[in-house]
Design a protein around this ligand. Structure first.
Ligand code: ATP
Length: 215
């Protein structure tokens, strides 16, 4: 059986204002993996995740995500990955349901998919009609995760996804990520909650000063 490579970075350098936040990163990820990025504050995890989503220019090296060469075309990959960063990417003036419907229309998901995603993240009923601006921080995080579920991305990129969630929300998130993987998705996530994250991950990578090595 051939293993499908979802991502391959070779000697990748990413520079912010002359500072190499990623300084020669080489790693690859296969389809169906749940990969944990571990590392100290400022090590380069967020930068790597944003680069995988096609949001940052690659200064050197080769970077391929879902068959797209990020040096040639970063736009092509954006619609195929789901990125949950520190900002949650929600429309503050819209309700939870309206945000979900926006994403569902973009990706051709139906109302049933929307209801299931809201249900999985505990956002049914009153909360579905609540403006995002009026949600608590954890509820906003749940809404961002629900919109990611609806997108059914091939590659999920999550920056500290458990942050701000209560115990039940964390369990629901883990269940959601395992289900996404079972449905054929690949997950890369950064976390400082090593115990929980290690139990979820199928493999860990250590990020140190912009380089990546196996745990
Ligand atoms: P944390 O665990 O604190 O979230 P991280 O591993 O995600 O850290 P990054 O956010 O990727 O780290 O930052 C890597 C380095 O790049 C840091 O030294 C940071 O100061 C720098 N950096 C990040 N974003 C920018 C930016 N927009 N402009 C300039 N430097 C940046």
């Amino acid at each position: 059986m051939t293993v499908e490579k979802v991502l391959e970075f070779i000697d990748v350098v990413i520079v912010y204002d002359n500072f190499p936040a990623v300084a020669g990163a080489t790693f690859s990820v296969n389809a169906g993996e749940i990969v944990l990025l571990q590392g100290a504050n400022g090590a380069g995890k967020t930068t790597l995740l944003r680069a995988c989503a096609g949001l940052l220019p690659i200064a050197r090296g080769s970077a391929n995500v879902l068959g797209c060469d990020l040096r040639l075309d970063r736009l092509a990959v954006r619609s195929r990955v789901g990125l949950l960063g520190h900002a949650n990417g929600l429309f503050q003036d819209l309700t939870v349901l309206e945000n979900m419907l926006f994403w569902s229309r973009l990706v051709g998901a139906n109302r049933n998919d929307v209801d299931q995603a809201m249900d999985a993240m505990g956002l049914s009923g009153r909360l579905s009609q609540t403006q995002v601006a009026k949600l608590s921080a954890g509820q906003r995080r749940r809404c961002a995760l629900a919109s990611l579920i609806v997108r059914r991305a091939q590659l999920w990129l999550l920056d500290e996804p458990h942050a701000g969630l209560d115990a039940q929300g964390r369990d629901e998130l883990d269940k959601t990520l395992r289900a996404a993987r079972d449905a054929g998705a690949t997950v890369i996530f950064a976390s400082h909650e090593i115990e929980r994250a290690s139990a979820l991950a199928t493999r860990s990578l250590i990020v140190t000063s912009g380089t990546v090595k196996q745990a």
